[in-house]
Design a protein around this ligand. Structure first.
Ligand code: FES
Length: 233
């Protein structure tokens, strides 16, 4: 059980929750959260938005009963967290280009933060796309070299990638597919897949995704894959 430090609504349906936690956490990993007994049946996979010793932060969208319950929790309440799970984004030392859409921006903040900690002289450009309202942008601006925002349009239309950059993306599958297609094959591109999950630890096959090398489990083999594994570029 973790104790909630804060759980704030940023804009309607988008919440940021911090809980107490200490351990090793990699960018792109996720936790399974629950704060109910039997209904809904499954815990909810929520990606790590930020972490420093003693404080683990999630940015999440209310999409159903489980996330609705999470959104009503208050500081001091207990929440069950299991994890961290998943492989996470790889560590890179080349310049980084990050593309996020909607709530898919959630894992990218911790990714950029860790990248800049390890590569203070490395360049990190961030593209963030939102449907109606933006959120969490100021935090990215405080750590990235450049942040490009699009609200209501198509963020991938803005994306320009330089030859030496590694690209990492998270968001709706259409966005990631279009990044996978548009970025030259010379650039490494990593995508963070999202699916329904039941166990989060590779035991139920509930999150299988088709890849070039056969069916893989998003929760255990992913959620981060090389683009050519899942998008057949
Ligand atoms: Fe059970 Fe991935 S959620 S195998």
């Amino acid at each position: 059980m973790a104790i909630i430090q804060s759980n704030d609504c940023l804009i309607p349906l988008i919440y940021k929750m911090s809980v107490n936690f200490t351990g090793e956490v990699l960018p792109g990993q996720f936790f399974m959260l629950r704060a109910w007994d039997k209904d809904p049946l499954l815990s909810r996979p929520i990606s790590v938005h930020d972490y420093k010793a003693g404080k683990l932060t999630f940015l999440y969208q209310v999409v159903g009963k489980g996330t609705g319950i999470l959104s009503r929790l208050k500081s001091g309440d207990a929440v069950e967290i299991q994890g961290p799970y998943g492989n996470g984004f790889p560590e890179v030392s080349r310049d980084l280009c990050v593309v996020g859409g909607g709530i898919g921006i959630a894992p990218l903040y911790y990714l950029v933060k860790k990248y800049k900690e390890k590569n203070p002289l490395g360049n990190c450009r961030v593209y963030l796309g939102f449907r109606e309202n933006s959120y969490g942008v100021e935090a990215f601006k405080s750590i990235a070299n450049e942040v490009i925002i699009d609200i209501g349009g198509i963020i991938t239309h803005h994306v320009k990638v330089k030859p030496n950059e590694v690209v990492m993306t998270c968001g709706p599958e259409m966005l990631m597919a279009s990044v996978a297609k548009a970025v030259p094959l010379e650039n490494q591109v990593y995508v963070s897949m999202e699916t329904h999950m039941a166990c989060g630890i590779g035991a139920c096959l509930g999150c299988t995704c088709e890849t070039k090398s056969g069916n893989r489990k998003v929760c255990k083999d992913g959620p981060v894959f090389l683009r050519e594994e899942v998008f057949y570029v």
